[in-house]
Design a protein. Structure first.
Length: 354
């Protein structure tokens, strides 16, 4: 028995040592959720501008993935395969073989002395301060603006980071607005820029933009989108994130008239302890001429949003959350087949990372 225990301990130690030295790491994420929408949609599908946590009155899987990461001083690569209602909603336009490609990219360092990298493939969006991984966000559900800007992008990016990690700049060549496969009949690529500055350990500023075309070549219109936000960790317990998005798009090809989107958001979070936290959010989204979201009101889509959530993290890898949210917009929502001004919901989730 003593020999068996020694052999087992030696094997475990060898596996741990290999994991510590290997450039390849494996990780995973699972988030289950339940949402109750008080407008009680008959098909259990929440409003069309919601792509995460979008099923009513059912326990479901928002996002689950397994990820492999390879990292050396000169090379890096990521491959993650995923499923869930988030994937179903956001990858609906992609070919069957790519509908589960949460991440697939490779990169090479171009300089021996500078942090200059070239990456290509499918990667997370450079726009906004939220990601699809709810556990990494201050609030349980996503902002309207996060839901209606890209979660993922496909193309190539050239990125540079200073040695002190305070400033980074990224230049992107993209296949389009949240697309793996470029839209049929569209021959123009898209592009973007991201600038990130960490003024201190507690303050970060970010500016990102996107320039591309929507629609087939014969009728394509140009879209120019801007995202600006700041993260302010005012104390160890209290932080504020504030952002504003502004985008324009031609009304018609060759036209100087433009549609506009305006979307500010602010989130405040207070951590009572390492295990408990409270966060509140206010957001506003205005899209008068259906540049991105089609509204049911003659004046277009104009909605205020309010939410409050409480988090409990019994372990570093686990997070339990409860959130109440209210949207207010003139006749923007449906209840019993009639337009109404409000949409209220309660969402709870359990997320585990490993």
């Amino acid at each position: 028995m003593k020999k068996i225990l020694i052999s087992a301990a030696t094997l475990l130690l060898a596996q741990y040592s290999f994991a510590q030295q290997s450039p390849l790491t494996l990780s995973g994420y699972i988030e289950t959720y339940y949402t109750y929408d008080f407008n009680k949609p008959s098909n259990n599908q929440r409003p069309g501008f919601i792509y995460s946590h979008n099923r009513h009155n059912e326990v479901n899987l928002n996002l689950a993935f397994i990820k492999a990461n390879y990292q050396t001083e000169q090379l890096r690569a990521n491959l993650a395969v995923a499923l869930g209602t988030y994937m179903t909603a956001n990858y609906a336009a992609e070919p069957d073989v790519m509908k589960n490609a949460y991440e697939a990219n490779a990169g090479v360092k171009l300089s021996k002395t500078a942090n200059l990298w070239l990456d290509a493939g499918v990667f997370s969006s450079h726009i906004g301060f939220e990601s699809a991984i709810s556990k990494d966000c201050w609030v349980l559900t996503r902002n309207i603006v996060s839901e209606n800007t890209p979660y993922f992008e496909t193309g190539a990016k050239l990125s540079y980071t200073t040695d002190n990690q305070k400033f980074s700049a990224t230049l992107l060549y993209l296949n389009g607005w949240q697309r793996i496969k470029r839209a049929d009949g569209q021959s123009k690529p898209a592009g973007g820029l991201q600038l990130n500055f960490k003024a201190s350990d507690k303050i970060t500023f970010n500016y990102s933009n996107y320039l591309g075309y929507e629609g087939q070549n014969a009728v394509r219109t140009q879209r120019f989108y801007h995202n600006l936000y700041g993260v302010f960790q005012l104390s160890n317990q209290f932080g504020v994130t504030a952002g504003i998005d502004y985008g324009t798009q031609q009304i018609a090809k060759g036209s100087s008239e433009k549609k506009e989107v305006l979307a500010p958001v602010i989130i405040a979070r207070y951590a009572f302890s390492p295990t408990w936290a409270l966060a509140g959010r206010y957001e506003y989204y205005k899209d008068k001429q259906a540049m991105i979201i089609t509204g049911t009101h003659p004046d277009g889509f104009k909605v205020n949003g309010y939410s409050l959530n409480i988090d409990y993290s019994p372990f570093k890898q686990a997070l339990l959350r409860l959130e109440g949210k209210v949207y207010q917009g003139d006749q923007q929502f449906i209840r019993n087949n009639n337009p109404v001004d409000y949409n209220a919901s309660i969402t709870t989730s359990l997320a585990i990372s490993f």
